[in-house]
Write a protein that binds this ligand. Structure first.
Ligand code: FAD
Length: 803
């Protein structure tokens, strides 16, 4: 083994091998993979090898497409067969809701260029003859599905990497990782040390243990997973290979394995494996079979696939593999650890391994992943994703793998975890809560405890009239919203303005003022949207998306402030309440001696003031588009503030409102939000944030690229649409059609109660930005006419906010 390398990849499963290959492909050849046993000896060797393109996140779906298309190239370069079988796949719907879900999946696939086809149960039985069609209402066909040989794929990656100069060392365990002062690493192995500039943790089942070597507790957990292989089915003899299948009701997947059928389950009673420590002596091993546990799924399976009951079981496999809490991979650099990267929690190595390798290698070589990888960025989790949290969420995710996630559905596991001081009061007011980064936050308020439950549906739910009443109250009177679920940073010290001015695209506001600003990467793409509130010459309070806090901190580490400037995350130190609506000023003025008249405290003001006895930071700003105030207090004051506003608000008819109403109202104002409208694939001009980029400043990160975008106009435009919807509104990821062609995609949607119509925000090509008619948005398989709005549907002049 060599004593130094530019990169050491720890782990020779399909993911580590893919990372090694992609690093060589990107031009880094001094790379070494260290594997403690044989390649594939963790979770890879016993995988069923199935692969498909569909994923809840279109950007991950794109990387899955990339992976599947890679296998032929890999075979060509390496000379190693990947055992590629591409019979196509069928997804079987046993209920109307599931069929609706498949319609939406087909719709999403359209703008990814996927050729999916919806068919009836009769047609399904023709193309997939092993089913009893009476259990199904329809199906979706995907020609790009199949399976590979896990051993073949992993060795093909490794061989292709070796041809390009990469090295693979087997039977050598990495026992420790020691950082050097210059950011490089000493990789301590059983066979000596390697000095590496970069280390990649691709240790799969042992990713947690390798993480712990550097003080990291990664949110990954292995689950036991079983499949069985039947004896040969006479009916398959001499036929073309069976489609791969998913039977959602049975929570079963199948594919042909030689003359028989491989049938796996994602059972509800899933069992974690080695929840705390993964044993090092588990090498090329399996777990004892436990058919009892998957019996409920098998019963359904044998009913739905009756021919399988006629043959015996040849083999049962029970093996562990890892998941992150949301089921997507954990990829990227780790905040606080220089040159340390992860590529783990990959639960679908044969659909995602290639995409993960590509992303990580680009990130390492180019300094940027080259695609929108937010859905699998390791920074989407913070310290709250503890071992026990991960355990609860992974078990939930596993048991729901084949269940529908409705757009309005909130999942129950690991809750409540984080609560704010007013949680009980909100609960007493019949709040229906959502979970955001482990924090309970109110979505809407029901009239009674009995009604404080939301039906999960693709259509408008029982919350609809209550959300309407909340929006009405904010529009006509005054509403109270808990706003603690934002990320916050406090930037202090001399040089605060200079640093922010370099990191943010907009001008830092004057003391007492607020400025909205995009944060851009070097490619001029959006990597954040912040509200900068200038409290003092050397003190700026930043408000942002909480889920991206680690992501932002990682960026701030890469572009550190000068000595003397402190950037302190303080999300839960400052909790907040907001009052919004035409009567909000009267309400608040009754509680403070600070003059709130528009002349004294105009729109976009920010000031320290007392509200009753409570010291607060108050900004005159509201995401609702109405006159409004955001009030930030340290957490010990939130209860007193809530009580004060509630009792004073009685005279004004103050009404509580929640996140659902806020979302509808921000869409009525065409306000975007991070991870929906604002993502690293869009430029500020495309996203309608051009007015918040200050080219008057000589330099800031992304300036040159943003200027180029401004001059060229960019490729896309974020637009607002009124949709001729009936009982269902857009929720995100629906295709936008124009004159019979799919031209774009929806990022958010809701019913706009104040303007009384269904709305959607979405991106279309810039060439169509001037068209108003001819658009359609596909809602649950139906193309509904849509009109492009030329201005925000509510109060385009913004006079209500400025009143
Ligand atoms: C029963 C079953 C069926 C499956 N079916 C499918 C399927 O149909 N399709 C699909 O896409 N996925 C499937 N999977 C999941 C798939 O197996 C995983 O996605 C994949 O194996 C993850 O690969 P990995 O490289 O991340 O992890 P692993 O395969 O666990 O590889 C990690 C490697 O790192 C090595 N290592 C760890 N620590 C060290 C160290 N300190 N020093 C040196 N080496 C180290 C290990 O020995 C191991 O070889 C299935 C899994 C199971 C269990």
């Amino acid at each position: 083994m060599k004593s130094s390398a530019r990169v050491v990849v720890v782990g020779g499963g399909v993911v580590g091998a893919s990372v090694l290959y992609h690093l060589t492909k990107a031009g880094w050849n001094d790379v070494l993979l260290i594997e403690r046993g044989e390649l594939t000896c963790g979770s890879t060797w016993h995988a069923a090898g199935g692969m498909h393109t569909l994923n809840g996140d279109p950007n991950v779906a794109r990387l899955q497409q990339y992976t599947i298309n890679l296998y032929r190239e890999l075979e060509r370069i390496s000379g190693q067969s990947c055992g590629l079988h591409m019979p196509g796949g069928i997804m079987l719907a046993g209920t109307r809701e599931r069929f609706d879900w498949l319609k939406m999946a087909k719709a999403r696939g359209r703008y990814l260029g996927m050729e999916l086809e919806l068919i009836s149960a009769d047609e399904a039985a023709k193309v997939f003859p092993i089913i009893d069609k009476k259990y199904f209402v329809g199906a979706l066909l995907d020609p790009i599905e199949g399976h590979v040989d896990p051993y073949g794929v992993t060795h093909a990656y490794a061989k292709a990497a070796q041809i390009a100069g990469g090295e693979v060392v087997r039977h050598t365990r990495v026992v420790d990782l020691k950082p050097r002062a210059d950011g490089s690493w000493d990789v301590i192995t059983e066979a000596g040390n390697v000095h590496a500039e970069h280390v990649v943790n691709a240790a799969g089942l042992w990713a947690r243990e390798v993480g712990r070597m550097v003080g990291l507790e990664l949110p990954v957990l292995a689950m036991q997973h079983q499949y069985l292989i039947t004896e040969d089915l006479p009916a398959l003899k001499g036929q073309k290979e069976l489609l791969t299948s998913i039977d959602f009701e049975g929570e079963i997947y199948t594919r042909q394995e030689r003359g028989g059928v491989l049938l796996g389950t994602y059972e509800r009673a899933g069992v974690p494996w080695s929840p705390v420590e993964t044993p090092w002596d588990f090498t090329q091993s399996l777990l004892p079979e436990d058919l009892e546990r998957i019996a409920p799924s098998l019963e359904v399976g044998f009913r739905h696939f009756p021919t399988l009951a006629d043959v015996g079981i040849r083999k049962v496999v029970n093996g562990p593999f890892t998941f992150a809490p949301d089921g997507n991979p954990l990829v990227g650099p780790i905040r606080g650890l220089k040159n340390f990267w992860v590529a783990c929690g990959v639960m679908a190595g044969f659909s995602q391994g290639g995409g993960v390798g590509l992303t990580l290698s680009q990130w390492m070589v180019e300094g940027d992943p080259g695609a929108d990888v937010w859905a699998m960025d390791v920074a989407r989790y913070g310290d709250w994703a503890t071992l026990a949290y991960t355990n609860a969420k992974v078990r939930e995710n596993y048991s729901r793998r084949f269940r529908i996630r409705f757009p309005n559905e909130e999942l129950p596991a690991a809750r409540p975890l984080r609560t704010t001081p007013v949680y009980e009061q909100l609960q007493a007011a019949h709040a229906v809560f959502g979970d955001y980064c482990g924090l309970e936050h109110p979505l809407w308020f029901a009239p009674s405890a009995e009604e404080a439950h939301e039906e999960i549906t693709f259509h408008r739910s029982n919350a609809h009239p209550h959300v309407a009443a909340e929006c009405r109250a904010v529009h006509e009177g005054v509403g109270l919203l808990e706003i603690s679920n934002y990320g916050k940073f406090e930037v202090t010290g001399p040089g605060t303005e200079e640093w922010l001015s370099r990191v943010m695209a907009n001008r830092v506001p004057q003391v007492g003022r607020v400025a909205l600003t995009p944060m851009l990467n070097e490619r001029g793409k959006l990597i954040g949207d912040f509200t900068m509130c200038r409290v003092g010459e050397q003190r700026v309070f930043l408000i942002c998306t909480w889920a991206a806090e680690s992501y932002y901190r990682r960026w701030f580490e890469r572009h550190p402030p000068p000595g003397g400037v402190t950037v302190r995350p303080c999300a839960m130190e400052y909790v907040g309440l907001s009052v919004a609506g035409p009567h909000s000023r009267t309400l608040l003025q009754g509680l403070t001696r600070t003059d709130l008249a528009s002349a004294a405290f105009p729109f976009l003001s920010f000031r320290r003031m007392d509200i009753g006895m409570v010291p607060a930071l108050v900004g005159r700003i509201s995401f609702t588009g109405e006159l409004g105030y955001e009030i930030w207090v340290t957490s010990e004051y939130q209860r007193a503030l809530y009580d004060l506003l509630s009792s004073a608000g009685r005279a004004q008819g103050l009404k509580l409102f929640g996140g659902r109403a806020l979302n509808a109202m921000r869409i009525e104002k065409s306000f975007g939000t991070w991870a929906r409208e604002y993502r690293p694939i869009y430029g500020p001009h495309e996203a309608g944030l051009g007015r918040f980029v200050d080219f008057g400043k000589s330099e800031f990160i992304g300036r040159a690229a943003a200027l180029e975008e401004k001059e060229s106009g960019g490729a896309l435009r974020l637009m607002t649409f009124s949709v001729d919807a009936a009982e269902a509104d857009a929720a995100g990821d629906e295709p936008i059609w124009h004159e019979g062609r799919v031209v774009g995609w929806v990022t958010s949607g809701a019913y706009g109660h104040r303007v009384q119509r269904s709305l959607a925000l979405g991106y279309i090509p810039v060439a169509l930005a001037a068209a108003t008619d001819g658009f359609e948005i596909e809602l649950i398989g139906e193309r509904r006419a849509a009109k492009r709005e030329s201005a925000p549907p509510l109060d385009p002049a913004g006079s209500r906010m400025r009143a």
